[in-house]
Design a protein around this ligand. Structure first.
Ligand code: ATP
Ligand code: MG
Length: 432
């Protein structure tokens, strides 16, 4: 019997993991510059956090949840996204209190779970990097969030990006628009796709998000939400644009862009990539927006009921870099490999490899009592810069051979000297 990983999951191992570590390190560095601090919330949550937070009619809640009853009969779900859990934590720990950063600025990196049909770029366990700012109604917060995303991709070297923004207005504007959209779509009910028919009364804005060809002509001619913004919503969107313009950030407005989660209002944005490797398709590489109302929905104070956040798929970020043929850092080569010949050298080989590690060098030895040739093969395969050779004769004389692999230069050094100044001898021989 042998086992396979569950459908829609991946094992990420050397060769690929270095890409992940690199992308994560860049993200952490960018967040630090913007004064965002990491948070790690549980992988699972009480289901109400997600259903109330994300919205009961969304695809995520109705179709994609990994939920179950635990042994204590609690209804639990693996988290499908990061914002609702984070707002739950914000309220639970009273991060709005005076001893905390205000607005509260935080980021997360971790796995999310959605029961979707697995296909290229669509997994059941995937990973997101995301950020949230809670407690600021300032449009500068929206712009800062967008800038973090732009900065992150710029640092990765990604060039073929396009920023798309829209406003969903405040809750009142959205309500009026929602009705206008229903009125517009209803006469065409029979011509809409099945999904859109189902959404029409529950969640009509989602129809605009439909990729189904049947819906396209209606989506194209749909009324624009921007024509339904009230004064406050209009003003807010104007301020966002003024700030983006002030920073000379290029963007386009797409009045049909809504997001899949119910909590969004005012600013929504997507960063898209048209990298050559995507063959003309526009791929969303980051998405987010404002979610005023979510804090009170999850039991928090009205005084801090505003938020802005984005999430980006780590897998997607890596694919985007590959689509632009960008370089990733590769596995680091070994600094030192200790070739030990004969069982008698085993203890001294261990002491040597440890001395190398304590000197801060990436080091490995042989564990299998293999022949010299095979050990050298391993050393070469891992691109070792320096190889120490310890045979039984050397051991008896209290010496070790130090070979510089790039040049083939070899010297003999006493073991006592090696232990006294490993780093110094290593450095000197590196250039010998
Ligand atoms: P889509 O319309 O592609 O389903 P979404 O609206 O569900 O996207 P969000 O919930 O906004 O996506 O998540 C943000 C990002 O997370 C996406 O742009 C994508 O990169 C990534 N993502 C979402 N679902 C998956 C998945 N099942 N597998 C891999 N990545 C995903
Ligand atoms: Mg989705």
């Amino acid at each position: 019997m042998s086992y396979q990983k569950p459908k829609g999951t991946t094992d990420i191992y050397t060769g690929e993991i270095e890409k992940w570590q690199y992308v994560e390190a860049v993200a952490r560095d960018v967040f630090e510059k913007y004064d965002f601090h990491e948070i790690r919330t549980p992988i699972f949550e009480h289901i109400e956090v997600i259903s109330r937070g994300v919205g009961g009619t969304t695809d995520i809640v109705t179709k994609e949840m990994y939920d179950f009853h635990d042994k204590g009969n609690r209804h639990i779900t693996l988290r499908p996204e990061g914002t609702a859990p984070l707002v739950r934590a914000y309220v639970e720990h009273k991060f709005f209190g005076p001893e905390h950063q205000n607005p509260f600025k935080t980021f997360y990196i971790g796995p999310m779970f959605r029961y979707e049909r697995p296909q290229s770029g669509r997994l059941r366990q995937f990973h997101q990097i995301g950020m949230e700012v809670i407690g600021s109604k300032n449009p500068a917060t929206d712009v800062e969030g967008i800038l973090v995303a732009l900065d992150f991709y710029k640092r990765l070297g990604v060039k073929h990006t396009k920023l798309v923004i829209n406003s969903l207005g405040n809750i009142e504007s959205r309500k009026i628009y929602r009705q206008a959209l229903i009125d517009y779509l209803e006469p065409h009910f029979e011509e809409l796709s099945e999904d859109s028919q189902r959404r029409l009364h529950d969640n009509p804005l989602r129809v605009l998000d439909s990729k189904d060809e049947k819906d396209q002509k209606f989506v194209q001619a749909a009324p624009s939400i921007l024509d339904y913004l009230d004064e406050e919503s209009h003003q807010f969107f104007e301020e966002v644009k003024v700030l983006l313009d002030a920073l000379e950030v290029d963007y386009v407005i797409d009045h049909r862009m809504v997001r899949g989660l119910d909590y969004y209002n005012h600013t929504v944005f997507e960063l898209m990539s048209n990298a050559p490797g995507f063959n003309g398709a526009l791929t969303t590489i980051c998405a987010g927006g404002r979610y005023d109302g979510l804090v009170t929905e999850l039991g928090g104070p009205t005084s801090h009921d505003s938020g802005f956040g984005f999430a980006l798929g780590l897998e997607r970020a890596i694919i985007t870099m590959e689509a632009e043929e960008l370089e990733f850092p590769t596995v680091k080569p070994l600094d030192v490999y200790v070739v030990g010949l004969g069982e008698a050298t085993s203890i001294e080989s261990l002491k040597l490899v440890q001395a190398a590690r304590y000197a801060g060098l990436i080091s490995e030895r042989d564990y299998l009592n293999r022949k010299a040739k095979t050990q050298f093969k391993s050393a070469n395969k891992q691109k070792a810069k320096i190889v120490l050779v310890l045979g039984e004769d050397e051991l008896a004389q209290g010496i070790v051979k130090v070979k510089t692999m790039a040049t083939g230069t070899e010297i003999t050094v006493s073991l006592a000297e090696m232990y006294q100044d490993f780093a110094g001898i290593y450095q000197k021989q590196l250039n010998a």
